[in-house]
Write a protein of this length. Structure first.
Length: 120
């Protein structure tokens, strides 16, 4: 069965390119672009890994990450945060994110990172 990856980003180009690359790697993909879509889609899709943008339509991705990690239904899902913000890698501390990838990202790094967390 294909592993499931949920991509949460308000940039349609990023979600489209990540979706295409990860689908070619054999992953099943679900996307969310708005904060209000996130939990209904997580609950219905049940992803193995979440790629989460640091800033999502003005919403702080760290707050979303904390909410995901605070729920008994979702706290075991690995979350990889992504951002072009220069200090984001240090600012995500305390959010519960499992990993961080800087934008612009190398596609091979995304594939490797998702692969690492989808194995568990």
């Amino acid at each position: 069965m294909a592993k499931k990856v949920m991509i949460i980003d308000d940039d349609a180009d990023i979600t489209a390119s990540l979706s295409a690359v990860l689908e070619m790697e054999g992953y099943q993909i679900q996307t969310a672009h708005k904060p209000e879509e996130i939990f209904p889609k997580i609950f219905s899709f049940n992803p193995d890994v979440i790629l989460l943008d640091y800033l999502l339509s003005g919403t702080d991705g760290r707050e979303i990450c904390i909410k995901i990690k605070s729920s008994d239904r979702t706290n075991k899902i690995p979350i990889i945060m992504m951002s072009a913000h220069p200090q984001a890698s240090t600012l995500i501390n305390g959010s519960g994110a499992n990993d961080f990838i800087a934008k612009p990202f190398d596609i091979d790094d995304i594939i490797d990172c998702v692969g690492q967390y989808s194995q568990s």
